[in-house]
Design a protein around this ligand. Structure first.
Ligand code: PLP
Ligand code: TYF
Length: 398
């Protein structure tokens, strides 16, 4: 039965992780998969998470199913993080949220919802975008198009081309935006640019889908939500797929949510029943533990302030590594301008290293970078910075 089945290619990012694990070189450096690492190169459990888990262990009385849409406390906490305190969206019940297994689960449910209820819609993603976007949407036979985003020469946002591309998107199509900390470039629109994009969206009549996987990794929890909130001031409807994998360090607990917004509460609720149907035929209902941790933290003053401190310290360490990387490259005699790296947001930067240089870094120095040249800045430490920059200087020379 299975003789005709060919092996699927490995995921370009997760596959790199396997190769790293199997590399015996003790000096190996992993700047591949987007996982936060501390100064010791480990991905620790946040203190706020541990404390919440201790509380849960004592309080939990049942392992019975959650409802299809997940925990109520969690769903409310998600909306407050996305939209802010005391917003009309919440008080008028214009948004409905389903707890999902990670941000990927939210994207997949969104994809099925779009395919079924907006069957003629094409979904437009930035060029470049997270490697899994295309695959998730294509897996439900959605048509995927791309819009201009990155200017290779200036290593910045090609906003003019982005606007020009999106001006061609017809009403009824869907456009995916990265809420902040664009993966893989680390380049986000400015507040003024978000405003222009929101106005364009309102004029064209396309549906925005925000993928919000790094809230708090850019400038702060509120600041990072600015693009999304600017859109909500101008457009009547939106989908939001958010993830707590990174900002709570809850990668393997699979915690995320899909939120639908409409300017009409009844419509939001009706559409939400279809989202619940998609969930039911997929995984029935979400896993509980990760969402219980997030709700516990967000609903406790003490744990929330501890979490915000921990989030800030992750964010600050990444900023520090960005500057140190730029300065160390210069100190190692690299003449090319890498200063753009210190201006970018979140974990990732497009280094501009070409596939041959990426391949040499791996073969000769056991330094693992995604083939596109994307680097995970959070994989840098004070300890590995010198050898890392020496190796990059070496491959840039020839
Ligand atoms: N969206 C983007 C842009 C991401 O970088 C990631 C990273 O993992 C995800 C979605 C998926 O998040 P999760 O691990 O919660 O599924
Ligand atoms: O882009 C990254 O590195 C993270 C982690 O299929 C990731 O978003 C990468 C690939 C993938 C799932 C998660």
């Amino acid at each position: 039965m299975f003789e005709h089945i060919q092996a699927a290619p490995s995921d370009p990012i997760l596959g790199l992780n396997d190769a790293f694990r199997n590399d015996p070189n003790p000096k190996k450096i992993n700047l591949g998969v987007g996982v936060y690492k501390d100064e010791q190169g480990t991905t620790p459990i946040l203190k706020s998470v541990k404390q919440a888990e201790e509380r849960l262990l004592n309080q939990e009385t049942s392992k019975s199913y959650l409802s299809i849409e997940g925990s109520q406390a969690y769903r409310e906490a998600v909306q407050t993080l996305l939209f802010g305190e005391d917003t009309q969206i919440i008080s008028k019940q214009l948004a409905q949220t389903a707890q999902t297994p990670g941000g990927t689960g939210a994207l997949r449910v969104a994809a099925e919802f779009i395919r079924k209820h907006l069957p003629n819609a094409t979904i437009w993603v930035s060029n470049p975008t997270w490697a899994n976007h295309q695959a998730v949407f294509q897996s439900v036979n959605l048509e995927v198009g791309s819009y201009a985003y990155y200017d290779v020469d200036t290593k910045s946002l090609d906003f003019e081309s982005m606007l020009a591309g999106l001006s061609q998107v017809p009403a009824g199509d869907v456009v995916l935006f990265h809420g902040c900390c664009h993966n893989p470039t680390g380049i986000d629109p400015t507040p003024e640019q978000w405003y222009q994009l929101a106005k364009l969206c309102s004029k064209q009549g396309f549906l925005p889908l925000f993928d919000f996987a790094y809230q708090g990794f850019g400038a702060g929890l509120e600041e990072d939500a600015q693009g999304l909130r600017t859109f909500l001031n101008h457009v009547p409807e939106m989908l939001i797929a958010n993830s707590f994998s990174k900002n709570f360090g809850l990668y393997n607990e699979r915690v995320g949510a899909l939120t639908i917004v409409s300017d009409n509460a009844d419509q939001a609720l009706a559409a939400f029943t279809q989202i619940k149907r998609a969930v039911r035929t997929n995984y029935s209902n979400p896993p509980s533990h990760g969402s219980a941790i997030v709700a516990e933290i967000l609903n406790s003053k003490e744990l929330r302030s501890l979490w915000e401190m921990e989030l800030k310290s992750m964010r600050s360490r990444i900023h520090e590594m960005r500057s140190l990387f730029v300065n160390t490259l210069r100190a190692k005699g690299v003449n090319q301008d890498f200063s753009f790296i210190s201006k970018q947001n979140g974990m990732f930067s497009f280094s501009g290293l070409n596939p041959e240089q990426v391949s040499r870094l791996r073969k000769e120095f056991s330094i693992y970078i995604v083939g596109s040249g994307r680097i995970n800045v959070a994989g840098m430490t004070h300890e590995n910075m010198e050898p890392l920059c020496e190796a990059i200087a070496a491959v840039l020379k020839e």
